[in-house]
Ligand binder design. Structure first.
Ligand code: SIN
Ligand code: CO
Length: 375
C-alpha cells in the first residue's frame, strides 16, 4: 500500500530504494502534524529522573551540553536563541508519540528504538554531526532548516562536548514545515537549525554493534555452558621447572575449550531475550490494587487489553519473548498472542485469548500490560 508517510511510496519500494541507502525528503508526510506533545509536556518530561534529557546550547561559537533532569528554573533561565532541549524515549510517556512510532511498523519492531523529541528556539540545534542509526526526522510546529551531506570526512571537534563535524560540507538543504519529514540513513552527515521556535520528532532505530552482540552472547552462553570432565594428566612427566606452564598443559586445556559449542537454538533464544530486553532505566509499575484472575479475565473479555508502552513483546516459532523473558506459547493461544505482539492490543476476547490468560495475567501483575483500551 502506498503511504503518504513515505511520499506515496509503498514500504517495499521505500526499503528497496532508500532504507540504509540515501536520504528521502517527504513533504506533508503526516498531514496536520504539529507535534505529539506541547513544549510544556516536553519540559515536564525533562524534569523527571527516569527520562533521559539533554540541553544543548551554543554561545559565541562554543557548544555546551547538560544532562537532565532539569529544574523548571533551568529552562526558564534560557536565552531567546541558540539552544535546544532533547528528550529521549517520549513514546514511553506520550501515547501520541507511541502511536506515531507504530506507523513505522514496516520495519520490524526489534529494529525500532524510540522517539526522541527536540524543542528548539530560533538558532537552536545540535550542530553538524552524523548518527550511527537510521532516523526519520518529522517536523512538529515551527520550521527547521536541514542541511545534509554524503561526505566521508568524519573529523570532529575533540574539544566540543558533543560530536560536531569540523569539516561539514552540505550538499543539499531543505526547510521543513510542520508534518514534513526527512529520512536519513546511518552515517549521513546532517545539521538541523531551528528557524522558529519548533519541535522535531526523531523516530530512531537500533542496530546491534557486533562487539556488543558478541559480548552479550558470550554472557548468555556463560550462564548455560556445561562441559563434562576435569583436567587430567595420567601421562605426566617430571618437569624441569616446576613453575613452568608447559606445552602439554596448554594442549590439554585447548582440547577442553575446543568443546565449547552452541547451536542455532541457543542463538534464537539469545536473540529473542536480548532484543526484547527493555532499556536499563525502564521500571514497570505493577497495578496497585490488582484484579484477581477471574475479574481480570472478565475485564479482558469485555474491554480487551493493551501492552504498556515500554513493553517489548516479540515472537519466534513457539516462543514469545516479553521484556527479556522467554515463554512457551500455548498452542491454542497462539493466534491471539501473535496478534498482541503485532498490534500491541487485543480488542476483546476470543477462544484463543482464554488459553493465554494465565500468561497474560502474570504480565498484567508485572505491569507489562493493562486491562482495557489504550490510554
Ligand atoms: C534534533 O532534533 O535537533 C536532533 C536530531 C538529529 O540531528 O539527530
Ligand atoms: Co542526528
Amino acid at each position: 500500500m502506498k503511504l503518504d508517510l513515505l511520499g506515496g511510496l509503498t514500504p517495499r519500494a521505500f526499503l528497496a530504494r532508500y532504507w540504509q541507502k540515501q536520504p528521502l525528503l517527504v513533504r506533508g508526510a503526516v498531514r496536520g502534524f504539529r507535534g505529539a506533545a506541547s513544549r510544556h509536556a516536553l519540559f515536564s518530561l525533562s524534569q523527571r529522573d527516569d527520562v533521559e534529557s539533554r540541553l544543548v546550547a551554543r554561545k559565541r561559537g562554543r557548544w555546551s551540553l547538560r544532562h537532565g533532569p532539569f529544574e523548571r528554573r533551568d529552562l526558564a533561565a534560557m536565552p531567546r536563541r541558540d539552544w535546544t532541549l532533547l528528550v529521549q524515549g517520549v513514546n514511553e510517556f506520550i501515547p501520541e508519540a507511541d502511536a506515531l512510532m507504530r506507523r513505522f511498523a514496516f520495519v520490524p519492531y526489534a529494529r525500532l528504538d524510540d522517539v526522541m523529541a527536540s524543542y528548539a528556539v530560533p538558532g537552536g540545534g545540535v550542530g553538524p554531526h552524523f548518527d550511527s542509526y537510521d532516523v526519520f526526522l518529522l517536523q512538529g510546529f515551527g520550521r527547521r532548516r536541514w542541511r545534509v551531506s554524503a561526505q566521508t570526512d568524519r573529523r570532529f571537534d575533540a574539544r566540543a562536548p558533543l560530536r560536531i563535524l569540523t569539516h561539514f560540507r552540505p550538499e543539499a538543504e531543505w526547510v521543513l514545515e510542520p508534518g514534513d519529514m526527512l529520512y536519513l540513513p546511518p552515517g549521513y552527515a546532517h545539521d538541523g537549525v531551528a528557524l522558529d521556535e519548533c519541535t522535531t520528532w526523531s523516530i530512531g532505530f537500533r542496530a546491534a554493534d557486533a562487539t556488543e552482540l558478541a559480548r552479550e552472547f558470550l554472557n548468555f552462553l556463560a550462564d548455560r555452558i556445561e562441559l563434562s570432565g576435569t583436567y587430567a594428566d595420567p601421562g605426566l612427566a617430571p618437569p624441569r621447572h616446576p613453575a613452568a606452564i608447559d606445552d602439554t598443559m596448554i594442549d590439554r586445556i585447548a582440547a577442553m575449550l575446543d568443546r565449547i559449542a552452541w547451536r542455532r537454538t541457543d542463538i534464537e533464544r539469545f536473540v529473542g531475550e536480548y532484543l526484547s530486553e527493555p532499556k536499563a532505566r525502564v521500571v514497570f509499575d505493577p497495578p496497585r490494587r490488582p484484579l484477581g484472575p477471574g475479574r481480570f479475565a472478565a475485564a479482558v473479555r469485555r474491554h480487551g487489553l493493551t501492552l504498556d508502552a515500554r513493553t517489548l513483546l516479540l515472537f519466534r516459532g513457539p516462543w514469545i519473548y516479553a521484556n527479556g523473558e522467554r515463554h512457551a506459547m500455548p498452542r491454542a493461544a497462539r493466534s491471539a498472542l501473535v496478534a498482541l505482539c503485532d498490534r500491541r492490543r487485543l480488542e476483546a476476547a476470543s477462544a484463543s485469548v482464554a488459553a493465554g490468560l494465565p500468561l497474560l495475567y502474570s504480565w498484567y501483575r508485572a505491569g507489562y500490560l493493562h486491562a482495557g483500551p489504550p490510554p
